[in-house]
Design a protein around this ligand. Sequence first.
Ligand SMILES: Cc1cc2nc3c(=O)[nH]c(=O)nc-3n(C[C@H](O)[C@H](O)[C@H](O)COP(=O)(O)O)c2cc1C
Length: 334
Amino acid sequence: MNGELRVLFPQIKSENTFVFETRLFTPQDKLYMAPMQFLTDYRFRNAYDKIFPNAIDKAITPFISLTHGSLKFGKRKYKEVLKENNISEMDIIPQVLGNDINGLIEVADALFSLGYKEMNWNLGCPYRRSLNKDRGAGLLKDTQRIEKIIDAIVNKIPINLSLKLRLGVESIDDIYRLIPIINAYPLSRVVIHPRLAKDKYSSEVDLNCFEDILSKLNKRVVYNGDIFSKQDFNRLKMRFPSVCDWMIGRGLLFNPCLPYEIKLMEYPIKKERIIALHNELLKNFSSVNKLKEYWTFFAKGLFLNESDINLIYETKTTDELDRVVKRILKLLNP
Ligand SMILES: Cc1cc2nc3c(=O)[nH]c(=O)nc-3n(C[C@H](O)[C@H](O)[C@H](O)COP(=O)(O)O)c2cc1C
């Protein structure tokens, strides 16, 4: 687990010359929790919203796969979006991954019957399995196929359709070919993570390309990528004042207090909040490995040293993990 997750971690950025203490977040701005498979699932969302009320306004769920098991409505397949599982105040937008027209329509119908108003279509998943099977970002090279699918479903489904995408697979030409299609159809929003699929998380986000396509799109655009601090948010808001929708993924897991910092909302000492979230997660998850995945992020955000991180990784039960993290955090200066 650790090896794979560690690759996803950028260096947490050190402060640059400017420190913005002002709140650039306006009443029109909304913060979205990013979909992160196995991490920002409904149990995490419920726990997070309980400990950090009003921090996050909307959440796109990790994807429901069209190809995993039967498409038929079932509590297991739809567990992410069942109303009884979603007890947070956040506005939830379910996400789907796949390329089958009938499947997309079937899922949209099921989501409608559960009371949802929007379905988000994943055109951003950069992993080999998706790329090879023309799903997620794998579809970005085939603009005509995307158009065919949108055309076939957008007026057939009883809910709004939105997209979440990267700039392309290997070249930003992909997004440029897609712009007229995005503009031609009634899509409720487009979430853009300005990286290529081939770069996964390794390159810098391409803000110049984002700026250019923002000026060419006639849709509500959600910015997503590398918001790790209030300063990151403020810099982006200064550069893109017309954007009011901001999605945070890894930054929220490194520092669950980040939305409060961006919104300049008061909160008690950070480590106490994180322990409160940890206590809530303990109620929702019985697997120590699952909790360690969260602690891989929290530990980095709390700047724990390597030996403390190793102590956390070595725990074998949730009780042991609980004791270890509480002991470590009490030893830290507030
Ligand atoms: C472990 C992991 C799982 C992810 N799962 C999904 C997913 O199910 N659907 C999706 O659209 N994006 C998924 N993403 C991408 C994130 O939603 C987001 O676009 C990406 O992390 C960039 O945002 P960030 O820089 O704020 O983390 C995932 C990312 C990670 C690291």
